[in-house]
Design a binder for this molecule. Structure first.
Ligand code: BDR
Ligand code: CA
Length: 324
Protein backbone atom coordinates (compact mmCIF):
# COMPACT_ATOMS: atom_id res chain seq x y z
CA UNK A 1 0.00 0.00 0.00
CA UNK A 2 1.31 3.45 -0.89
CA UNK A 3 2.46 5.42 2.13
CA UNK A 4 0.28 8.46 2.82
CA UNK A 5 2.61 11.41 3.04
CA UNK A 6 1.89 13.77 5.91
CA UNK A 7 1.23 17.42 5.01
CA UNK A 8 4.23 19.62 5.83
CA UNK A 9 3.17 22.62 7.87
CA UNK A 10 4.47 25.67 9.68
CA UNK A 11 2.18 27.03 12.41
CA UNK A 12 2.53 30.81 12.74
CA UNK A 13 0.84 31.77 15.99
CA UNK A 14 0.40 33.95 19.10
CA UNK A 15 -0.45 31.45 21.90
CA UNK A 16 -3.06 31.89 23.24
CA UNK A 17 -5.17 28.94 24.42
CA UNK A 18 -6.77 28.16 21.06
CA UNK A 19 -3.39 28.53 19.32
CA UNK A 20 -2.16 25.79 21.67
CA UNK A 21 -4.91 23.48 20.38
CA UNK A 22 -3.91 24.30 16.79
CA UNK A 23 -0.33 23.29 17.60
CA UNK A 24 -1.49 20.01 19.16
CA UNK A 25 -3.55 19.05 16.09
CA UNK A 26 -0.74 19.96 13.71
CA UNK A 27 1.89 18.09 15.73
CA UNK A 28 -0.18 14.90 15.93
CA UNK A 29 -1.57 14.71 12.39
CA UNK A 30 0.97 16.50 10.21
CA UNK A 31 4.66 16.98 9.70
CA UNK A 32 5.14 20.07 11.85
CA UNK A 33 8.26 21.72 10.42
CA UNK A 34 8.24 24.59 12.87
CA UNK A 35 6.33 27.04 15.01
CA UNK A 36 6.83 30.74 14.33
CA UNK A 37 5.70 33.30 16.85
CA UNK A 38 4.15 36.71 16.42
CA UNK A 39 2.74 39.54 18.57
CA UNK A 40 -1.01 39.30 19.10
CA UNK A 41 -2.82 37.91 22.13
CA UNK A 42 0.16 39.10 24.16
CA UNK A 43 3.59 40.63 23.54
CA UNK A 44 5.97 38.71 21.30
CA UNK A 45 8.08 37.87 24.38
CA UNK A 46 5.08 36.22 26.02
CA UNK A 47 3.68 34.42 22.94
CA UNK A 48 7.17 33.05 22.30
CA UNK A 49 7.60 31.89 25.89
CA UNK A 50 4.14 30.29 25.71
CA UNK A 51 5.09 28.42 22.52
CA UNK A 52 8.13 27.00 24.30
CA UNK A 53 6.00 26.06 27.31
CA UNK A 54 3.56 24.25 24.99
CA UNK A 55 6.26 22.25 23.19
CA UNK A 56 7.70 21.23 26.56
CA UNK A 57 4.27 20.32 27.99
CA UNK A 58 3.40 18.23 24.91
CA UNK A 59 6.83 16.58 24.46
CA UNK A 60 7.43 18.39 21.16
CA UNK A 61 10.83 19.95 21.88
CA UNK A 62 12.16 18.55 18.58
CA UNK A 63 9.92 21.11 16.78
CA UNK A 64 11.83 24.34 16.11
CA UNK A 65 10.33 27.52 17.56
CA UNK A 66 11.39 30.73 15.80
CA UNK A 67 10.61 34.16 17.20
CA UNK A 68 9.11 36.72 14.84
CA UNK A 69 7.66 40.19 14.67
CA UNK A 70 6.92 42.21 17.84
CA UNK A 71 4.53 44.61 16.09
CA UNK A 72 2.47 45.09 12.94
CA UNK A 73 3.97 46.38 9.67
CA UNK A 74 2.87 49.87 10.76
CA UNK A 75 4.21 49.46 14.32
CA UNK A 76 0.96 48.60 16.10
CA UNK A 77 0.20 46.14 18.91
CA UNK A 78 -3.03 45.46 20.83
CA UNK A 79 -2.95 42.60 23.33
CA UNK A 80 -5.90 40.63 24.74
CA UNK A 81 -5.17 40.03 28.47
CA UNK A 82 -8.91 40.10 29.23
CA UNK A 83 -9.30 36.89 27.17
CA UNK A 84 -6.05 34.94 27.54
CA UNK A 85 -4.79 36.46 30.81
CA UNK A 86 -1.65 38.49 31.61
CA UNK A 87 0.67 35.67 30.51
CA UNK A 88 -1.31 35.02 27.32
CA UNK A 89 -1.78 31.44 28.57
CA UNK A 90 -3.30 31.84 32.03
CA UNK A 91 -5.01 29.06 33.96
CA UNK A 92 -2.03 26.87 34.86
CA UNK A 93 1.43 27.92 36.07
CA UNK A 94 3.50 26.05 33.52
CA UNK A 95 7.26 25.72 34.27
CA UNK A 96 9.65 28.31 32.86
CA UNK A 97 10.83 26.81 29.56
CA UNK A 98 14.47 25.87 29.03
CA UNK A 99 14.28 24.82 25.37
CA UNK A 100 16.34 27.17 23.18
CA UNK A 101 14.80 29.16 20.36
CA UNK A 102 15.71 28.48 16.74
CA UNK A 103 18.56 30.76 15.67
CA UNK A 104 16.64 32.27 12.72
CA UNK A 105 14.08 35.06 12.87
CA UNK A 106 10.60 33.67 12.09
CA UNK A 107 10.45 35.55 8.78
CA UNK A 108 13.74 33.96 7.64
CA UNK A 109 12.69 30.59 9.05
CA UNK A 110 9.53 30.69 6.90
CA UNK A 111 11.50 31.69 3.80
CA UNK A 112 14.22 29.04 4.29
CA UNK A 113 11.75 26.27 5.12
CA UNK A 114 9.55 27.03 2.10
CA UNK A 115 12.55 27.26 -0.26
CA UNK A 116 13.97 23.95 0.99
CA UNK A 117 10.71 21.94 1.11
CA UNK A 118 8.14 21.39 -1.62
CA UNK A 119 4.48 21.98 -0.88
CA UNK A 120 4.64 23.62 2.54
CA UNK A 121 1.31 24.70 4.05
CA UNK A 122 1.29 27.71 6.35
CA UNK A 123 -1.30 27.72 9.10
CA UNK A 124 -1.58 31.22 10.53
CA UNK A 125 -3.49 31.71 13.77
CA UNK A 126 -2.33 35.18 14.78
CA UNK A 127 -1.84 38.54 13.07
CA UNK A 128 -0.32 37.98 9.61
CA UNK A 129 2.81 40.12 10.14
CA UNK A 130 5.39 37.31 9.80
CA UNK A 131 3.74 35.74 6.77
CA UNK A 132 3.18 39.08 5.02
CA UNK A 133 6.75 40.16 5.67
CA UNK A 134 8.16 36.84 4.41
CA UNK A 135 6.22 37.36 1.14
CA UNK A 136 7.58 40.90 0.86
CA UNK A 137 11.17 39.86 1.65
CA UNK A 138 11.23 36.83 -0.67
CA UNK A 139 8.41 36.91 -3.26
CA UNK A 140 9.66 33.61 -4.72
CA UNK A 141 8.05 31.74 -1.83
CA UNK A 142 4.56 32.56 -3.17
CA UNK A 143 4.74 30.01 -5.98
CA UNK A 144 6.16 27.32 -3.63
CA UNK A 145 3.59 27.49 -0.82
CA UNK A 146 0.87 24.90 -1.24
CA UNK A 147 -1.75 26.71 0.84
CA UNK A 148 -2.17 29.34 3.56
CA UNK A 149 -4.92 28.45 6.01
CA UNK A 150 -5.81 31.26 8.36
CA UNK A 151 -7.97 31.86 11.37
CA UNK A 152 -9.06 35.42 10.87
CA UNK A 153 -11.72 37.71 9.53
CA UNK A 154 -15.40 36.99 9.20
CA UNK A 155 -18.16 36.94 6.62
CA UNK A 156 -20.38 38.72 9.14
CA UNK A 157 -19.60 40.39 12.49
CA UNK A 158 -16.25 41.21 14.07
CA UNK A 159 -14.99 40.98 17.66
CA UNK A 160 -12.83 44.14 17.85
CA UNK A 161 -15.13 46.38 15.81
CA UNK A 162 -18.58 45.60 14.44
CA UNK A 163 -16.97 44.29 11.25
CA UNK A 164 -13.30 43.52 12.05
CA UNK A 165 -11.79 40.45 13.68
CA UNK A 166 -8.73 40.60 15.96
CA UNK A 167 -6.08 38.80 13.84
CA UNK A 168 -6.86 40.90 10.76
CA UNK A 169 -7.46 44.29 12.36
CA UNK A 170 -4.16 44.15 14.29
CA UNK A 171 -2.24 44.10 10.99
CA UNK A 172 -4.49 44.78 7.99
CA UNK A 173 -1.53 45.73 5.75
CA UNK A 174 0.08 42.31 6.28
CA UNK A 175 -3.26 40.56 5.72
CA UNK A 176 -3.66 42.52 2.49
CA UNK A 177 -0.28 41.24 1.24
CA UNK A 178 -1.29 37.66 2.07
CA UNK A 179 -4.75 37.80 0.47
CA UNK A 180 -3.34 39.38 -2.71
CA UNK A 181 -0.48 36.86 -2.99
CA UNK A 182 -2.25 34.46 -5.36
CA UNK A 183 -1.45 31.56 -3.02
CA UNK A 184 -4.37 29.13 -2.47
CA UNK A 185 -6.04 30.32 0.74
CA UNK A 186 -8.49 28.98 3.30
CA UNK A 187 -10.16 31.36 5.73
CA UNK A 188 -11.79 30.35 9.01
CA UNK A 189 -13.51 33.48 10.25
CA UNK A 190 -15.52 34.30 13.34
CA UNK A 191 -18.79 33.48 11.58
CA UNK A 192 -17.77 29.81 11.93
CA UNK A 193 -15.03 29.69 14.60
CA UNK A 194 -17.39 31.11 17.24
CA UNK A 195 -19.40 27.93 16.69
CA UNK A 196 -16.30 25.76 17.22
CA UNK A 197 -16.81 25.53 20.92
CA UNK A 198 -15.43 23.50 23.82
CA UNK A 199 -18.42 23.61 26.17
CA UNK A 200 -18.00 22.85 29.90
CA UNK A 201 -19.15 19.31 29.03
CA UNK A 202 -16.40 18.91 26.41
CA UNK A 203 -13.84 20.28 28.87
CA UNK A 204 -15.06 17.74 31.43
CA UNK A 205 -14.56 14.97 28.82
CA UNK A 206 -10.98 16.19 28.36
CA UNK A 207 -10.42 16.17 32.14
CA UNK A 208 -11.80 12.65 32.40
CA UNK A 209 -9.19 11.39 29.95
CA UNK A 210 -7.29 11.24 33.22
CA UNK A 211 -3.72 11.93 32.09
CA UNK A 212 -1.77 14.81 33.67
CA UNK A 213 -1.49 16.32 30.16
CA UNK A 214 -5.26 16.19 29.59
CA UNK A 215 -5.95 17.67 33.04
CA UNK A 216 -3.57 20.55 32.30
CA UNK A 217 -5.26 21.22 28.94
CA UNK A 218 -8.67 21.09 30.66
CA UNK A 219 -7.53 23.64 33.27
CA UNK A 220 -6.19 25.96 30.57
CA UNK A 221 -9.38 25.70 28.49
CA UNK A 222 -11.47 26.13 31.64
CA UNK A 223 -9.77 29.49 32.29
CA UNK A 224 -10.16 30.64 28.68
CA UNK A 225 -13.79 29.44 28.42
CA UNK A 226 -14.56 31.24 31.67
CA UNK A 227 -13.32 34.61 30.40
CA UNK A 228 -15.17 34.21 27.10
CA UNK A 229 -18.43 33.22 28.79
CA UNK A 230 -18.18 36.26 31.10
CA UNK A 231 -17.16 38.77 28.41
CA UNK A 232 -18.95 37.57 25.29
CA UNK A 233 -21.62 35.29 26.74
CA UNK A 234 -20.37 32.31 24.73
CA UNK A 235 -21.38 28.76 25.64
CA UNK A 236 -17.76 27.76 26.27
CA UNK A 237 -14.20 28.14 25.00
CA UNK A 238 -14.15 29.35 21.38
CA UNK A 239 -11.84 27.04 19.46
CA UNK A 240 -11.04 29.55 16.71
CA UNK A 241 -7.52 28.56 15.76
CA UNK A 242 -7.66 24.75 15.54
CA UNK A 243 -10.28 25.12 12.77
CA UNK A 244 -7.50 26.23 10.40
CA UNK A 245 -5.76 22.88 11.06
CA UNK A 246 -8.71 20.50 11.42
CA UNK A 247 -9.81 21.15 7.85
CA UNK A 248 -6.79 19.17 6.58
CA UNK A 249 -7.42 16.25 8.94
CA UNK A 250 -11.14 15.86 8.23
CA UNK A 251 -12.43 18.21 5.53
CA UNK A 252 -16.02 17.00 6.16
CA UNK A 253 -16.09 18.99 9.41
CA UNK A 254 -16.55 22.26 7.51
CA UNK A 255 -18.69 23.65 4.71
CA UNK A 256 -16.46 25.80 2.52
CA UNK A 257 -17.39 28.23 -0.25
CA UNK A 258 -15.15 29.99 -2.77
CA UNK A 259 -15.14 33.76 -2.33
CA UNK A 260 -13.02 36.74 -3.21
CA UNK A 261 -11.70 38.18 0.04
CA UNK A 262 -10.18 41.68 0.17
CA UNK A 263 -8.93 43.56 3.21
CA UNK A 264 -10.35 46.98 3.96
CA UNK A 265 -7.40 49.27 4.75
CA UNK A 266 -8.99 52.71 4.80
CA UNK A 267 -12.55 52.75 6.07
CA UNK A 268 -13.11 54.91 9.16
CA UNK A 269 -15.63 52.34 10.42
CA UNK A 270 -14.47 49.28 8.50
CA UNK A 271 -10.64 49.13 8.64
CA UNK A 272 -9.58 45.49 9.02
CA UNK A 273 -12.80 44.05 7.58
CA UNK A 274 -12.55 41.00 5.33
CA UNK A 275 -14.76 42.02 2.43
CA UNK A 276 -16.16 38.73 1.13
CA UNK A 277 -17.50 38.78 -2.41
CA UNK A 278 -19.56 35.78 -3.47
CA UNK A 279 -21.61 37.47 -6.14
CA UNK A 280 -20.27 34.84 -8.53
CA UNK A 281 -22.85 32.51 -6.98
CA UNK A 282 -25.14 33.80 -9.63
CA UNK A 283 -28.77 34.44 -8.94
CA UNK A 284 -31.41 33.12 -11.30
CA UNK A 285 -31.67 36.62 -12.73
CA UNK A 286 -27.93 36.68 -13.43
CA UNK A 287 -28.13 33.26 -15.07
CA UNK A 288 -30.95 34.44 -17.29
CA UNK A 289 -28.97 37.54 -18.19
CA UNK A 290 -26.00 35.30 -19.15
CA UNK A 291 -23.03 37.28 -20.43
CA UNK A 292 -24.91 40.51 -19.86
CA UNK A 293 -25.07 39.95 -16.07
CA UNK A 294 -23.41 42.84 -14.31
CA UNK A 295 -23.16 41.53 -10.75
CA UNK A 296 -20.57 38.90 -11.51
CA UNK A 297 -18.32 39.43 -8.52
CA UNK A 298 -14.57 39.00 -8.52
CA UNK A 299 -12.74 35.75 -9.16
CA UNK A 300 -12.50 33.80 -5.86
CA UNK A 301 -9.10 33.84 -4.15
CA UNK A 302 -10.06 31.88 -1.04
CA UNK A 303 -12.09 28.97 0.29
CA UNK A 304 -14.11 30.43 3.15
CA UNK A 305 -15.69 28.41 5.96
CA UNK A 306 -19.45 28.91 6.25
CA UNK A 307 -20.46 25.93 8.38
CA UNK A 308 -19.10 23.50 10.97
CA UNK A 309 -20.07 20.20 12.59
CA UNK A 310 -18.94 21.08 16.12
CA UNK A 311 -19.40 17.59 17.61
CA UNK A 312 -17.21 16.05 14.90
CA UNK A 313 -14.68 18.81 15.43
CA UNK A 314 -14.60 18.41 19.21
CA UNK A 315 -14.36 14.60 18.90
CA UNK A 316 -11.24 15.08 16.77
CA UNK A 317 -9.74 17.53 19.25
CA UNK A 318 -10.49 15.34 22.27
CA UNK A 319 -9.12 12.19 20.57
CA UNK A 320 -5.99 14.15 19.69
CA UNK A 321 -5.52 15.33 23.29
CA UNK A 322 -6.01 11.72 24.43
CA UNK A 323 -3.16 10.61 22.15
CA UNK A 324 -0.52 12.77 23.90
C1 BDR B 1 -8.39 35.18 17.36
O1 BDR B 1 -7.88 36.10 18.32
C2 BDR B 1 -7.21 35.41 19.37
O2 BDR B 1 -7.69 35.82 20.61
C3 BDR B 1 -7.43 33.94 19.15
O3 BDR B 1 -6.25 33.23 19.48
C4 BDR B 1 -7.79 33.81 17.69
O4 BDR B 1 -6.63 33.61 16.90
C5 BDR B 1 -9.89 35.23 17.38
O5 BDR B 1 -10.33 36.51 16.99
CA1 CA C 1 -4.48 33.13 17.87
Amino acid sequence: MAEVRKRKVIVDCDPGHDDMCAILLAAKHMELLGITTVHGNQSLEKTTKNSLKIVELAGLTHVPVAKGMPQSLLGWTNYAPEIHGESGLDGVDLPEPTTPLHELHAVDFIIKTVMENDDVTIIATGPLTNVGLALIKEPKIASRISCISIMGGSTTYGNVTPVAEFNIVIDPEAADVVFRSGIPMKMFGLNVTRRAEATPQHIQRIRELGTPFARTVADLLGFYGGTLMRIFGTGGASMHDPCAVATFIDPTIFDMRPMHVAIELNGKLTRGMTVCDYRHERTTADQLAGDKAIHRGQKPNCEVAVGIDNEKFMDLLIQTIASF
